[in-house]
Design a protein around this ligand. Sequence first.
Ligand SMILES: Nc1nc2c(ncn2[C@@H]2O[C@H](COP(=O)(O)OP(=O)(O)O)[C@@H](O)[C@H]2O)c(=O)[nH]1
Ligand SMILES: [Mg+2]
Ligand SMILES: [Zn+2]
Length: 310
Amino acid sequence: MANKAIVYKSTGSWYIVKDASGNTFNARIKGIFKIDDITSTNPIAVGDEVDFEMENELEHTVTITAISDRKNYITRVSPHNKNKKHIVAANLDQTLLFATLKDPKTSQGFIDRFLVTAEAYHIPAIIVFNKIDVYRKKEMDKLEELTDMYETIGYKILPMSIEKLEGINEVSDQLKNKTTLMSGHSGVGKSTFINWLFPELSLKTQGVSDWSGKGLHTTTFAEMFDLPFGGKVIDTPGIRELGLVDISRQELSHYFPEMRDRIQECQFNNCLHMEEPGCAIKEAVQEGDIHMDRYVSYCTILDSLEEKSY
Ligand SMILES: Nc1nc2c(ncn2[C@@H]2O[C@H](COP(=O)(O)OP(=O)(O)O)[C@@H](O)[C@H]2O)c(=O)[nH]1
Ligand SMILES: [Mg+2]
Ligand SMILES: [Zn+2]
């Protein structure tokens, strides 16, 4: 029987894997892997389950000989080649989207685009609004409005301040016995949260002057950590946005849960919910049953998707 391990870190040519007994090894690939029929620039990603053979027991090096089927995976556009995909992580149970309404402000457009991606990959998303300690009335009102809007559609929203240790246990409770991908713009507190979960880790956090972007071009890799209370988290430093790959204009509304339920009621079965008559989606927007801001996000994303030629 083959030795099995999970990939915890990928640095390009070498991987760090851990077997069921908790032994870690430096691993590399032998041969060529073609997986899931996707052209990717990295054949194996964090979260992958692999078979391995011992290469050098003393040096803790092993050879990866096979990769198990993935439950799911997320990709982004390859940093090296725009036409290829880069697998960010595999076998996820959920993703925690970190957002902030101040310092910096996460736009609703970004959140909605992210949620569409998560829906398309069949990965449940939870949204954490961090840094509530710096919110003033304006941001608190917005938080309430967004919470109401997203909870109505079925997303879980958790307010948090790592700084003031508010709401932080409620967030960490969500991670128990699950594999969770940490997502969100840089500067929203992902590393700070991971450092709170694992005090011994001391991940580098970014100073407030850094999150505007400039000067942060260090090459970074996704990494997975075992939670002391059961479960795993994956940090993806440097990954700003997931790729909205392979979503057709026709299927976009299926990834808006509040639209998905109503699409059958549109007069035309290829309705894009724009100018078509008898559109149940537009009617629901007018009735206030679908939030106008979500519909605006839908239109913006639709606009950005290229018409597929058949
Ligand atoms: N005021 C406040 N600042 C926070 C909070 N959480 C994180 N920060 C700060 O936000 C900055 C960016 O945090 P970091 O963890 O590096 O963000 P990341 O890019 O998402 O990993 C750092 O200066 C943190 O100290 C919070 O709850 N409140
Ligand atoms: Mg970070
Ligand atoms: Zn319609």
